[in-house]
Design a protein around this ligand. Structure first.
Ligand SMILES: [Fe+2]
Length: 135
């Protein structure tokens, strides 16, 4: 499976959010590379938990910035995050309970969601934060 490669088109103009997005791509790539190696269920559980915890930290930080700066599309954006968190919990649970490797549908979902979310949803705050001086 092809990995997720971060490049400038994914830049949202806020340095620490870009860095977190890069780290998220790395976590997903790590899972792609190791989907068979993590065949003991505890290590899959550990990898998914670690990744999901990082997602949570990142989404919380993004939401905090949006709230602190009075971003007008805050509510809609948070709904996207909430739906993602729900979906990823379901997929994680299914993987932890039933699977002995990380299934492609989970990896594809992660790749697609993050790529689309950054390019289509996060990008909407680019100029807002930039105008506020958050870079
Ligand atoms: Fe977001």
């Amino acid at each position: 499976m092809e990995k997720l490669i971060w490049d400038e088109k994914y830049s949202v103009g806020v340095k620490d959010l870009d860095n977190q997005h890069k780290a998220i791509f790395n976590l997903i790539n790590h899972l792609i590379e190791n989907k068979h190696l993590t065949s003991r269920s505890e290590s899959i559980t550990a990898a998914l938990s670690k990744m999901t915890q990082y997602f949570r930290e990142h989404l919380d930080r993004e939401e905090k910035y949006m709230k602190d700066y009075g971003y007008p599309e805050y509510e809609e954006h948070v709904i996207q995050h909430t739906q993602f968190k729900k979906k990823i919990m379901e997929l994680n649970l299914d993987t932890m309970v039933h699977k002995d490797s990380v299934p492609d549908n989970l990896l594809l979902f992660l790749k697609e969601w993050w790529s689309n979310h950054i390019l289509e949803v996060d990008m909407r705050y680019y100029s807002f934060f930039n105008d506020k001086g958050l870079k």
